[in-house]
Design a binder for this molecule. Structure first.
Ligand code: MOS
Length: 766
């Protein structure tokens, strides 16, 4: 069924954890979470909950048989709080009951008293107090200090970008079923089955081979289930182990929004120096990453911010410093782009400031400084393809940029209450995990005696279409039709030591592993065919399930060949491992080749702003994107469109607000995401003749890069605002909500502009 996800999804037949029938004896778990952002637990009395209807047991840190520790990169995060709490929503106790309602009612009855102590919520304040999750890091190339005086123009400024809620459709969930002895079977909605297995083993004090994690598919993830699916699975496992009963743990939407981490807010300072024609000579930035209360994936996200500090541009002298700041908020975590969108926003802000100072269009600076073949990245790697410039030129040629600019200028001359704006947004994104060891994957392929094929890999299907891609790779490699291949669940018993499906590299690495396994099987089958047909193996090809000798069809079929191989006792199973070659990185010198390759592209974003209301539409986005030789153009176009809209949401309407440690936007009535009506007209084109030698079947990864096209929406809006108020300096504080638009246009005066009533009417009717 997972071969063709679209049909079953549309018909509602695809099974998610919440759709699975309840196993006999099932109980439900719910957590009691901290209600203050920072405090000492002075009383935790579970007895009022213990007597309630349906409640089976209540578990606290004292009931953990192994280590109360779920930290991955840094071991700084308890599963259940002990002594102190560090953020609102931090799990303290688990109530297990007959129904989820009873479990939640039980959690509400636990007597919890916390002595509140002052919290820190601002990353700059945390940094000033020395409150860092890991030591700061600095990446540099060239000599920034010596270059400032050679610059014609130097500008400094500050850029802030807020967090972002993942809003996967399926909330965090797990179902744990005890097996014989101590063994547990865990169904988890996770991007990282091995992390769930490893952390469950650690917390329960069991060996990893006692824990099976099985993942069919996720209802969305976007990075939010890379690390943060784990605690809920572990909590369910803890209860299952204690009670020897199956346990379901599922967060409500509200719990999920309160308790789980989101995209990191960043506050940054920048300084950029250019010559008079807009060539960037030097760039310096400091990123204050709001990491939340525990490290989670923050150090890796910080690293990716540094590695994308130059965006799509060649910057000969650069020095960027990143600080991961500990605050009393739920640990911020992976989110599509993984720190790169934040640092790219800072550079685009610096370019806008510079354009303002030089009195030229920002696109002049952008185009002049695009990476060319052979240019050096700040970490010493060289750009391998000239696709940054290719994508930009193709945008110019396809879409008549000067014509569009004239049209927008004319519109803006003729309208006083409505203005249009445009912006270009080039993207360059490095593909591979920056932690080199994670760049490995494995596959297990079986051919059954009827010729059907079963493929297991470490890749997790989360709606991104990785299964469809791997089916394509396996069918193409074996030379059979796609409907002969099925993709199995991601299961730690079949494929061990999996890297998370993340870093856009799921199809790249697991597809390659599947390809290697299929090639081994093909070689064995060809040897059998050669013997049967009395020809040399290299004369035989298999295409679409037909066997050919020197291009001519023969009577032997795929099915007959497979069954003959079986009778001859040839193994019809193969396991393969793939490790991305060549990549390396030295964190001491902050240099190396951390990426297998880069993905490039450019977006052209158009917007219209209503200057009376502050509201706007993102009208149209046209993209030229480098997908290599796309493994599946339909899937890739879906990822391009989805990523783009998610990026636009982050930059425009999605506003995550906190009052101290309290998330004020923890419901769907207070947190706005783009809806179908706000989606712009999108026209995506893939670069042609862009074969990528560094990935499976010459493809390129797709998952994260398109999100960063959304940054263009912010600068298109600024462009429209400048048409209203050329006297005002641009500001860099995302998201650009309608309120911020209004404040920028009318912040200190609302009375002077003459209002053209005829035009005002036409807007009202719009
Ligand atoms: Mo992804 S943000 O690398 O899970």
């Amino acid at each position: 069924m997972s071969n063709h996800e679209i049909g079953p999804h549309v018909r509602g037949e695809s099974l998610f954890i919440g759709d699975l029938p309840d196993p006999p004896g099932l109980l439900h778990a719910a957590v009691l979470a901290a209600k203050v952002a920072h405090g000492h637990i002075v009383r935790l009395d579970t007895t009022p909950a213990a007597g309630l209807d349906g409640v089976h047991c209540i578990l606290t840190a004292a009931d953990i048989p192994g280590e109360n520790q779920i930290g991955g990169i840094v071991q700084d995060e308890p599963l259940l709080a002990e002594g102190e709490v560090h953020f609102i929503g931090q799990p303290i106790a688990v109530v297990v009951a007959e129904t989820a309602q009873q479990a939640r009612a039980g959690a509400a009855q636990i007597a919890l008293e916390t002595d509140e102590i002052p919290g820190v919520f601002d990353p700059r304040e945390a940094a000033a107090a020395g409150n860092l999750l890991v030591p700061s890091r600095t990446l540099s190339l060239g000599d920034v200090d010596a270059t400032w005086k050679a610059c014609h123009t130097v500008v400094e400024g500050r850029a802030d970008s807020a967090g972002q809620e993942h809003l996967y459709l399926e909330t965090q969930t797990a179902l744990v079923i005890p097996q014989e002895g101590d063994r547990l079977r865990i169904l988890s909605s996770t991007q990282a089955p091995t992390a769930v297995q490893r952390i469950t083993a650690r917390v329960l004090g069991l060996p990893m081979n006692a824990i099976e994690v099985d993942v069919t598919r996720l209802g969305g993830a976007f990075g939010g289930k890379e690390d943060q699916a784990t605690p809920w699975a572990v909590i369910a496992a803890l209860a299952a182990r204690a009670l020897k009963r199956p346990i379901r743990m599922e967060l409500s939407r509200h719990e999920d929004m309160v308790m789980t981490g989101k995209r990191h807010p960043y506050s940054s300072d920048f300084k950029i120096g250019l010559d008079e024609d807009g060539t960037i000579l030097a760039y310096e930035a400091t990123y204050y990453q709001n990491g939340g209360a525990a490290a989670d994936l923050s150090p890796a996200i910080l690293e990716r911010s540094l590695l994308h500090s130059n965006g799509s541009y060649f910057v000969p002298n650069i020095r960027v410093t990143a600080l991961s700041c500990r605050t009393n908020l739920p640990p911020f975590t992976a989110f599509r782009g993984f720190g790169a969108p934040q640092s790219m926003f800072v550079l685009e802000s610096a370019i806008s400031s510079a354009a303002e100072a030089l009195g030229i269009d920002r696109s002049v600076i952008q185009k002049r400084n695009l990476l060319s073949e052979g240019d050096t990245f700040p970490y010493g790697m060289r750009a391998q393809q000239g696709h940054a410039r290719r994508a930009w030129s193709e945008i110019e040629q396809r879409f008549d940029l000067p014509g569009l600019q004239n049209e927008v200028d004319a519109f803006n001359r003729n309208h006083t209450l409505v203005k249009r704006g445009i912006a270009l947004m080039p993207v360059c994104f490095g593909i591979s995990f920056t932690s080199t060891f994670l760049n490995q994957a494995a596959a297990l392929v079986h051919i059954y005696t009827d010729g059907s094929v079963s493929v297991s890999t470490g890749a997790v299907e989360m709606g991104q279409g990785v299964n469809a891609k791997i089916v394509g790779v396996a069918a193409h490699t074996l030379g059979i039709l796609r409907d002969r291949v099925s993709i199995e669940t991601t299961n730690t018993l079949r494929v061990a030591n999996t890297s998370p499906t993340a870093a856009s590299s799921g199809a790249d690495m697991n597809g390659r592993a599947a390809e290697i396994a299929c090639r081994a099987l093909l070689d064995r089958l060809k040897a059998v065919a050669a013997d049967l047909l009395g020809v040399r193996g290299d004369r035989i090809t298999i295409t679409g399930g037909a066997i050919e000798v020197k291009g001519k069809a023969v009577e032997l079929t795929w099915e007959k060949l497979v069954s003959e191989a079986y009778l001859r006792r040839v193994s019809l199973s193969a396991q393969a491992h793939y490790a991305t070659p060549k990549i390396h990185y030295d964190r001491e010198t902050e240099s190396g080749e951390p990426f297998a390759y880069h993905v490039f592209g450019t977006a052209l974003v158009e917007t219209t702003v209503d200057g009376l209301r502050g509201t706007y539409t993102i009208d149209r986005v046209r993209v030229v994107h480098d997908a290599g030789r796309s493994l599946n153009p339909l899937v890739d176009m879906g990822q391009l469109e989805g990523g783009l809209v998610q990026g636009i949401g982050w930059m425009t309407v999605e506003e995550l607000l906190y009052d101290g440690g309290r998330n004020l936007t923890d419901t769907l009535s207070t947190y706005k995401v783009p809806d179908i009506l706000s989606v712009p007209e999108i026209e995506g084109h893939f670069l042609e003749d862009a074969d990528n030698p560094a990935a499976v079947m010459k493809s390129k990864a797709i998952g994260e890069p398109p999100l960063m096209y959304g940054i263009g929406a912010y600068f298109a809006l600024l462009d429209a605002l400048r048409a209203f108020r050329p006297d005002r300096r641009p500001f860099f504080n995302a998201p650009m909500t309608p309120e911020r638009v209004l404040m920028h246009l009318h912040g200190d005066r609302c009375d002077e502009d003459e209002i053209d009533m005829e035009e005002a009417d036409s807007i009202v009717q719009r």
